[in-house]
Each structure stands twice: as structure tokens, then as C-alpha cells.
Design a protein around this ligand. Structure first.
Ligand code: HGY
Ligand code: MN
Ligand code: MN
Length: 416
């Protein structure tokens, strides 16, 4: 099978304009985005994406988790499609590129094929997965997890946000609960373009990340039970201090991650004190420990040690300790034949590149359960992401989208 000629390139300016247009929806307070899943801003972003898909002549399907599948027909209607996508939802203080580059990069591939009048044997399906971030409704990669059959759809519908709103109700409210059975679609292959969200590519001056693996993850939700009491009149020895237990557990998580180096991370991003009043010792503290490693044994070993030591910390303080895994996936190995196509495209296009393991989780991790999957990455400035200051350059975006374009084209097979 011949590789597409090297002069085939996407329209970098059009891609960048689309990213900037999407960034106007659900603006943050410091130049980034707050377009959390199933909010009105998410609905507005979906509507814009749908208009663009309509204009590109794509056929839109929506499944029962709200995931959007926009199909460009292939010459062989029986051939399994090549799916290309990511997510349009953001963190509360998210950047303009996390997820968006992948969805709009996929749209740019189709727009370029339309411009050039190129036909492919396989259909190409541009995909926007619902709730990749897991910020409003845990876990992350929720819709792709249901699609892959690893998360139950009704469990997903029942997940609640901090205000107690149910995922299923919010999906109906914004009008994006589709008819399609989740996971009924079959993929020939799945590609995802994404910013690195780490410092490696920029630090090494590489333009493209050839993603071979993704590290695994546990999200462990701890609920610590103390005794609400006056912060002034309660003697220290009488306190049942869930807040102190939480602090000691956070310090222990840091220690476990540092002692598990290299290739291990651990931390806490969200803590909820109840009643969260300045002069009341918390009766309940709920927080999620996020631990990750590309090494299965190390990942599971950290989990076991953290749960064991957290129980001991709480017992020592007389604090109740319950823990529930609310997010998990094992380390992922992406499809070697697709990884090779990404690497070959970067080489043919003359872009500097290196193999890389993804530090962040992506919908590709669940897609890899049901089809050959891989990713293409571009650098991001200072490796910063999940921060409104997240930044990339138009040149990085264009080159990574060109690599995506060539790898997808090779997989979808040019026929005319
Ligand atoms: O948590 C993650 O890795 C992704 O950003 N949802
Ligand atoms: Mn992402
Ligand atoms: Mn993210």
C-alpha cells in the first residue's frame, strides 16, 4: 500500500482559527476555558461542532452517552471505519487545546480531504467523546469507558456532580442523549491527536510525540469520618480530627510516589471538608488520591501501600476511613502497526519526533480495548496543562495534524 504523497498537507490556519473559535465558548477567567461536560457551554460547543460537521458533509450519529460520531463516507460502505477524535469538554480551569486539538484536528483531516477531492476506501468518523475530563462527573473517560464495555451505562447515568445533579439528567437537559446503543459501533482503527500535557517534547526540541503507551491510573476516593467540634474550646487530646488525618495521608502519598520513582506519580487535586466552616473541626473529609505509573506492578503496589498506611494513620487518630476506587485503567500498549504509521508519517514529513509514554489518560486508552488505537502528540509550552495558561504554537498544531492526516489516510486507504 503506497503512502500518501508527502505534499499532502492540512490547512494549518483553518485549524488554528477553528481552535480559537471554539475557545470563545465557555471562556475561563484567565484566557483558558471552563466548558465542563453537560453544561450549557458544552451544549454550545457541541452545536458549533455539529454546524462544522454539517458544512463538511458529514453524517452525525449520537449515542446514549452523548458521544458524537460524524462520518465521512468511504467508497466501501461495508469497510470498518477509521475513527479519529478526542473531547471538547474541559477542566474548570482548563486550556484551549486539551481535547479540542484532537477533535478539530480530526475535522481538519476531513476538511482537507474534501478540498482535495480525495476518496478513501474506509469511512472516516470524527469523534467527540462525552466527559473525558471526569472533573464534574468522575471517572474520567466516562463515555469511552462505557463504549469499551468497561463501565456500565446506568452506573454512568447515576454519577453525580458536586451539586448532586445526575449525569443522565444533565445529558437529557442539554438535549444530547442520543439513540445509538453505546459500543455498537465497530472500529477498524482509532487515532487521537493530543497535546503532550508534559515537558518532554518541548525540552528535547521534538515536534512530534509517537505515543507507544499510556500509563495506568487509580483514583481512590477516601471518606474520613471525624467528630465535628469547636476549633477553639475543644482540647487537643479530645479531637477526632479528620482534617489532620487527610493531611498525613496526602504527605504519605507524596512519600510513596517519591519512593516509587522512576515512572510513578501521586497526588490529590480535590478535597471537600464538611461542614467546611472555619471554626468547626470537620466531621467528614472526602478527597481523591490520583496515582499513576506505566508499570502495572508499581501501580498496584502503590495502591495497596497507600490504602494500608491510610488505614493505620486513621486508626491512630480514631478517624473512620473508607476508600472507594472511582477511576481505574491498567497501563495501555498502543497498536504497534498504527504507532509505526505515525512514526513513518513524521519521518516522511521531516518532523523531529520521539517515542513517548502518555502521562495523562485519554479516550484512546479505552478505544484500545476494542480496536487497534494510537495517538499523535505535539509539545506544549512549559509542559503546562489543566491550567488556563496552557499554550501551544500554530506550527506545532499544524505539524501534528499533518502527521495525523497521513497516518489516517494510510489506514483509510486512498482510492481516488
Ligand atoms: O486525568 C487525565 O489524565 C485526563 O486529563 N482526563
Ligand atoms: Mn484530554
Ligand atoms: Mn484533560
Amino acid at each position: 500500500m503506497t503512502s500518501p504523497s508527502d505534499n499532502l498537507k492540512i490547512d494549518g490556519a483553518r485549524l488554528w482559527d477553528a481552535i480559537m473559535e471554539m475557545a470563545k465558548i465557555g471562556p475561563g477567567v484567565a484566557g483558558g476555558n471552563n466548558r465542563q461536560t453537560l453544561t450549557d457551554a458544552d451544549a454550545e460547543g457541541r452545536a458549533l461542532f455539529r454546524r462544522w460537521c454539517d458544512a463538511a458533509g458529514l453524517t452525525l450519529g449520537v449515542d446514549q452517552m452523548g458521544t458524537m460520531f460524524a462520518t465521512r463516507a468511504g467508497e466501501d460502505a461495508e469497510a470498518l471505519p477509521v475513527y479519529v477524535g478526542s473531547h471538547l469538554d474541559t477542566q474548570p480551569t482548563g486550556g484551549k487545546y486539551d481535547g479540542v486539538l484532537g477533535v478539530l484536528g480530526a475535522l481538519e483531516v476531513v476538511r482537507t480531504l474534501n478540498d482535495l477531492g480525495i476518496r478513501t476506501r474506509r469511512p472516516i468518523v470524527v469523534t467527540n467523546w462525552t466527559n473525558e475530563e471526569g472533573a464534574r462527573f468522575a471517572p474520567a473517560m466516562l463515555a469511552s469507558g462505557v463504549f469499551a464495555g468497561v463501565i456500565d451505562r446506568d452506573y454512568a447515568y447515576g454519577r453525580t456532580d458536586p451539586e448532586g445533579k445526575r449525569f443522565g439528567d444533565e445529558l437529557e437537559r442539554i438535549g444530547w442523549k442520543g439513540e445509538e446503543e453505546v459500543g455498537a459501533r465497530r472500529m477498524h482503527a482509532y487515532f487521537e491527536l493530543h497535546i503532550e500535557q508534559g515537558p518532554i517534547l518541548e525540552a528535547e526540541g521534538r515536534e512530534i510525540g509517537v505515543v507507544t503507551h499510556c500509563q495506568g491510573l487509580w483514583w481512590l476516593e477516601f471518606t474520613l469520618t471525624g467528630r465535628e467540634a469547636h476549633t477553639g474550646s475543644t482540647p487537643m487530646k479530645m479531637r477526632v480530627n479528620a482534617g489532620l488525618a487527610m493531611a498525613r495521608i496526602m504527605e504519605m502519598v507524596q512519600r510513596v510516589a517519591m519512593e516509587s520513582q522512576p515512572d510513578a506519580v501521586g497526588g490529590v487535586g480535590q478535597v471537600k471538608f464538611h461542614p467546611n466552616s472555619r471554626n468547626v473541626l470537620p466531621g467528614r473529609v472526602v478527597f481523591t488520591v490520583d496515582i499513576r505509573s506505566p508499570d502495572q506492578g508499581k501501580l498496584d503496589g502503590m495502591r495497596a501501600r497507600i490504602e494500608r498506611e491510610a488505614a493505620a494513620i486513621c486508626a491512630g487518630l480514631g478517624v473512620g476511613c473508607a476508600v472507594e476506587p472511582v477511576g481505574h485503567f491498567d497501563p495501555v500498549t498502543f497498536a504497534p502497526e498504527l504507532v509505526a504509521r505515525v512514526r513513518g508519517a513524521a519521518e516522511r514529513l521531516g518532523y523531529s519526533h520521539r517515542d513517548i509514554v502518555s502521562g495523562a489518560g485519554h479516550d484512546a486508552c479505552w478505544a484500545a480495548k476494542v480496536a487497534p488505537a494510537t495517538m499523535v502528540m505535539c509539545p506544549c509550552v512549559d509542559g503546562l496543562s489543566h491550567n488556563e495558561a496552557e499554550e501551544i504554537t500554530p506550527d506545532w498544531a499544524e505539524k501534528a495534524a499533518n502527521v495525523l492526516f497521513h497516518a489516517v489516510l494510510e489506514t483509510a486507504e486512498i482510492v481516488a
